[in-house]
Design a protein around this ligand. Structure first.
Ligand code: AMP
Length: 218
């Protein structure tokens, strides 16, 4: 089964993709992670997109499609099914994806859309910090570490950092862009007669995962 996970930043795409990955053994590809890896490597592409990511803007379609083509072909050849998280974000990317999948004789089976209220999201994301050493994620409002400057999981000090694109003004820009892009994207997939399921991602995590189970079972 091949899935698309669509939702605004902070809706829990990563958490739920991880759940699907672990429980349904589907490969998980997150376009934001691919881009952040390029930035961390300081590759030519990484240098080009660093500022775009920091401003919460979208990387241009051509660059994004070029970057993702190889990993997508790799995923399809593994024949285990996959979840795409963060790609496609525009209709042009969706068309390119459809062509890539068609070349491999496959397609998208289901689309899950995580719905969340914008103000709730801004609160969630702009207080999100993660440990640069072990990756543990905290929310300074809802799930703070026991000691402000120490990671509960690995015990290191001064490693809790905010992603530069998680600052409030940048989050608002990312949400604005999300709404501008997601609506036409969903219209595109409706026209392709794809199965689209909306899930209330403000419900607690167990309820969201139960809904995911029922969507995947249907
Ligand atoms: P994410 O981790 O999915 O929130 O993505 C982080 C950032 O990476 C976004 O704010 C964009 O700047 C960029 N990005 C991720 N996926 C895409 C995409 N499909 N198209 C364009 N830009 C993207």
């Amino acid at each position: 089964m091949n899935l698309l996970l669509i939702g605004p930043p902070g809706a829990g795409k990563g958490t739920n993709a991880q759940y699907i990955n672990q429980h349904y053994h589907l490969h998980w590809l997150a376009s934001g992670d691919l881009l952040r890896e390029e930035v961390a490597k300081a590759s030519v592409l990484g240098k080009k997109v660093k500022e775009i990511l920091e401003q919460g803007k979208l990387v241009d379609d051509e660059t994004m499609i070029q970057l993702i083509r190889h990993p997508i072909h790799g995923l399809v050849r593994e024949q285990r099914g996959f979840i795409l998280d963060g790609f496609p974000r525009t209709t042009q990317q969706a068309q390119a994806l459809q062509t890539m999948l068609r070349e491999e004789g496959t397609s998208i089976d289901k689309i899950i859309v995580l719905d969340v209220d914008d103000d709730v999201l801004v609160k969630r994301i702009s207080h999100r910090f993660s440990c640069t050493h072990c990756g543990a994620v905290y929310n300074m409002l809802y799930h703070p570490p026991k000691h402000a400057d120490t990671c509960d999981r690995c015990g290191r000090k001064n490693t809790l950092k905010q992603r530069s694109d998680d600052k409030e003004e940048v989050v608002r820009e990312r949400l604005h862009l999300y709404h501008q892009q997601a609506d036409p994207l969903l219209v595109y997939y409706q026209e392709q007669a794809c199965s689209i399921s909306h899930i209330d991602a403000m419900a607690d995590i167990a309820a969201v995962q139960k809904r995911i189970d029922s969507v995947l079972a249907s």
